[in-house]
Design a protein around this ligand. Structure first.
Ligand code: NI
Length: 175
């Protein structure tokens, strides 16, 4: 359908709490999700949340195929997640690098829960209910944060590792 402009950190829509989707079988919702996939693929991202293209609805997409550019990234299935709920399965957290299409060119080390359960609906109304760990869990937490107006720099504890990926020598997907 269309590649949309991704809003960057500082745009007020990125700080808003997005609204739940009330109707799944909606052509406008399907069009939104198609645009999100087109935009994410164009920018080679690992995930995208609707607010990043200016739509304040609780919709995220994510997915990482095996990619020689990111040999350390585990494969994450291509997923549409509507009205997501995340439940941490332990207090254990881990720090690792993150980037974001709304914060282009930068990377930082972000603490995230290591083990989570996430639930929601896909675009056809099917229930998604998965228990995941590590990188997959990180991607989901990053995307769902966008729905609550949180960008990853707001979660960084150690700013000595925050910087431009080219200077840091870090090559991971923006998500
Ligand atoms: Ni992001």
């Amino acid at each position: 359908m269309a590649i949309r402009k991704v809003l960057r950190m500082g745009h007020p829509v990125l700080r808003e709490v997005a609204k739940p989707v009330e109707q799944i079988n909606d052509p406008a919702l399907i069009a939104l999700i198609t645009d999100m996939f087109d935009t994410m693929a164009h920018l080679d991202g690992a995930g995208l949340a609707a607010p990043q293209i200016g739509v304040g609805l609780r919709v995220v997409i994510f997915g990482v195929k095996e990619n020689t550019r990111y040999p350390d990234a585990e494969e994450v299935p291509m997923t549409v997640l509507i009205n997501p709920i995340i439940t941490p399965l332990s207090d254990e957290q881990e720090e690792d690098w993150e980037g974001c299409l709304s914060v282009p060119g930068l990377r930082g080390r972000v603490p995230r829960y290591k083990h989570i359960r996430y639930q929601g609906l896909d675009e056809q109304g099917n229930i998604i209910d998965r228990t995941v760990s590590d990188f997959h869990a990180r991607v989901v937490q990053h995307e769902c944060d966008h729905l609550d107006g949180i960008l990853y720099p707001m979660r960084i504890r150690d700013f000595t590792s925050f910087g431009f990926s080219e200077e840091l020598g870090i090559n991971t997907p923006d998500d």
